[in-house]
Design a binder for this molecule. Structure first.
Ligand code: G3H
Ligand code: 13P
Ligand code: ZN
Length: 316
């Protein structure tokens, strides 16, 4: 059952966070649904602009619709990840997405508000909800001064003004994380101090944490032992997800960790089976490993086991 992120956030707020997982292909789609059903969790499927053009946007939609039929128990939102205005409008008009993200965070503040407002108006007219972004996500190098690093983080006072003026339904905040496998070069981590200040200004308002992959060191070591060359990768401590949830984070975005699972499975498979060439052999292993990975993340997010309560609340 496809629902809006807003509905899921109302039920989760302050208690747990919902995993938002990017998918690009069939194997990820199957593993994602299996993992969420196995762990009895509501979830968010994220589709990036790159994912929409990897095969064809209609291919992804068809896969998700079919997965919805194969797994009638599943409760999830379909969300555009990091959309520009044009892609947001396309997704809103398609009638398939229940939620879109407009990412105009690179624009000057007033322009970000202007663009976000236009998307919110179009989306709300169709019953679709909007995530917007304020602040700049980025890796924090050790040589960067505290003042320089802080300047890129979401300003809590500005966050309050931004939400009031755009009417967005949730806010992606820059709180020290970044996309990809190389988030921290030293002892940095999630800026819970900044998050707490944002929550104080926006009590009860759903916040989103991007760049939340944990880049498990064991996974990186296995990839490198099987011929990979991923050096110095570091991510977010997944044991901190629940603390973030208590501070208003209702959506945690995870993509890189899933790519690492894919890379580990395929590298190890072809290293150990150099004579094989049937793509379904590693594909089956990947789907099972991806499902296990999703279930594990949901445990850390606190969304595991919430599906019956979410169904009861949504169908009453
Ligand atoms: O935030 C970006 C997501 O990880 C999606 O990545 O644009 O390469 O699909 P992508
Ligand atoms: P990661 O690169 O940490 O997985 O972040 C994904 C993300 O934020 C997608 O929007
Ligand atoms: Zn992101």
């Amino acid at each position: 059952m496809i629902v809006t992120t807003k509905k899921l956030f109302e039920l989760a707020y302050g208690k747990y966070a919902i995993g938002a997982y990017n998918i690009n292909n069939l194997e990820q789609c199957m593993g994602l649904f299996r993992g969420n059903i196995e762990s009895q969790a509501p979830f968010i499927i994220q589709i990036s602009k790159g994912a929409r053009s990897y095969t064809h946007k209609a291919m992804l939609e068809a896969m998700i619709r079919t997965a919805d039929e194969i797994f009638p128990e599943a409760i999830f939102a379909v969300h555009l990840d990091h959309g520009d205005e044009k892609t947001c409008m396309d997704c809103i008009e398609s009638g398939f997405y229940s939620s879109v993200m407009i990412d105009a965070s690179h624009e000057p503040y007033e322009k970000n508000i202007e663009i976000t407002r236009r998307v919110v108006e179009a989306a709300h007219a169709r019953g679709i909800v909007v995530e917007a972004e304020l602040g700049q996500l980025g890796g924090v190098e050790e040589h960067v001064s505290v003042a320089e690093a802080d300047a890129k983080l979401t300003d809590p006072d500005q966050a309050k003004d931004f939400v009031a003026r755009t009417g967005c339904d949730s806010l992606a905040c820059a709180i020290g994380t970044s996309h990809g496998a190389y988030k921290f070069t030293g002892g940095q981590g999630v800026r819970f101090d900044v998050l707490a200040e944002i929550q104080k200004r926006l009590p009860g308002f759903p916040l989103v944490m991007h760049g939340s992959s944990s880049v498990p060191q064991e996974e990186v070591e296995r990839i490198n032992a099987a011929g990979g060359r991923i050096k110095g990768a570091k991510g977010v401590d997944e044991n901190q997800f629940k603390r973030a949830a208590e501070l208003g984070v209702t959506k945690v975005n995870i993509d890189t960790d899933g790519r690492l699972v894919w890379t580990r499975v395929h590298r190890e498979f072809f290293r150990d089976n150099p004579e094989k060439f049937d793509l379904r052999d590693p594909g089956k292993i990947f789907m099972a490993e991806y499902a296990k990975f999703i279930a594990h993340k949901n445990e850390k997010l606190g969304s595991a086991g919430q599906l019956p309560a979410v169904r009861a609340a949504l169908t009453k």
